[in-house]
Design a binder for this molecule. Sequence first.
Ligand code: FAD
Length: 414
Amino acid sequence: MEERIVIVGAGQAGGELAAGLRKQGYKGRVLLLGDEAHPPYQRPPLSKGFLQGKVALTDLYLKPLATYERFDIELKSGTRVEAIDRAAREVSLGDGSRLAYDKLVLATGGRARPLSLPGLEGARLENLFSVRSISDIEAMRGRFVPGNHLVIVGGGYVGLEVAAVAVQLGLRVTLLEAAPRLLSRVTGPEVSSFIEKLHRERGVELRLSCEVRSLELDEARRQVRGVGFACHGVPERLEADLVLVGIGLIPNTELASAAGLAVDNGIVVDEYACTADPNILAIGDCANQPSAYTGGRIRLESVPNAIEHARVAAATLMGKREPSSAIPWFWSDQYGLKLQMVGLSTGYEQCVTRSSAEGKEFSAFYLKDRRVIAADVIGRPAEFMAARRLVSSRAEVDAARLGDVAVPLASIAA
Ligand code: FAD
């Protein structure tokens, strides 16, 4: 019988893998199962151009629908996998049917972390949102009207991108962040300050060191009317027309753990994307993988990682062994400014910054043992390539030259 690869999760990683298998000449059946109503799509524009109304729905799709037919990829949207039977090598689907596999790839991504507050049990709140899917944006769009007060909980990338879109659409925006600075988990204080200024100048009210304590609901428990929080421990409240929660992601690992596979902040895989079961792989946001770059294990939430991990898995499924040596990178867009990050700054000893005289563009380089281990480049896409080379070469740099905007970054990288 023809060999079957079943991919669970028709997102960025699953979609890339299905196409990648065909490009590598895979001749067996490829089934791509996704519980959303859409073919694989890009999530980055959700909190940017799609929310703003500048990107059309079909422009989100990774590939036109016809491509799946042409590549003989059996795409089954609206299909949820409920369980894995490893002994029988079958998955059970939401409609009760079962599907056999020879190889199974879990590309289940993650879901938005909900606010965990007392008193919300059982409430179906029509103006409390998170951003993970097309349907999330479709649900909130009607409330993105000038004058509405949007309260955003969480000063990470998603919260900040939504804040940028919302003020540009004329909403009043207050962003509450529990940490003393924005983006505190992913960047240094210099970049946090730059981003803080960017948002304040455009009218976002940023409240740092503020922890949300409660949501005030209407009588029917269908609408949030206000947000209770404590700033530096002092209680306050704000009225809200809508509330957006952007406090991170929970990887979708339940299928794997129920099937007895190891889970530890993601489905545990080796450098070839394989779990301990030789017939099951995991890729993308849901997977915790060894990193040649850090020497430890890592779970990344980014498009470049999903694409790279899909490439590794396609090679494995084709009988090759091609572990990744990629360095993590990520981008964000706010107010038309591109923010590009490469490497991980954890454990850096020195931060060297380069900024233009007008202060509109900004780069930060994180050094350890005189080598650049990570860089954040804002508004200078051309410099980002040189920054990537600096991080990947691990060459020693002269901090004074690095910090001098008159010295071209490319010459330092060379
Ligand atoms: P996903 O794309 O989440 O796909 C997983 C799919 O699996 C989902 O469709 C899910 O519904 C489905 N699924 C889960 N369980 C099941 C099941 N049991 N049965 C069937 N289907 C299932 N990254 C960047 O690099 N730059 C950015 O600017 C950026 N911006 C972002 C903005 C937003 C608003 C969001 C949400 C993400 C952003 N990201 C960005 C992150 C990036 O989109 C993700 O890292 C990427 O989508 C991960 O791909 P994935 O395939 O692992 O997961």
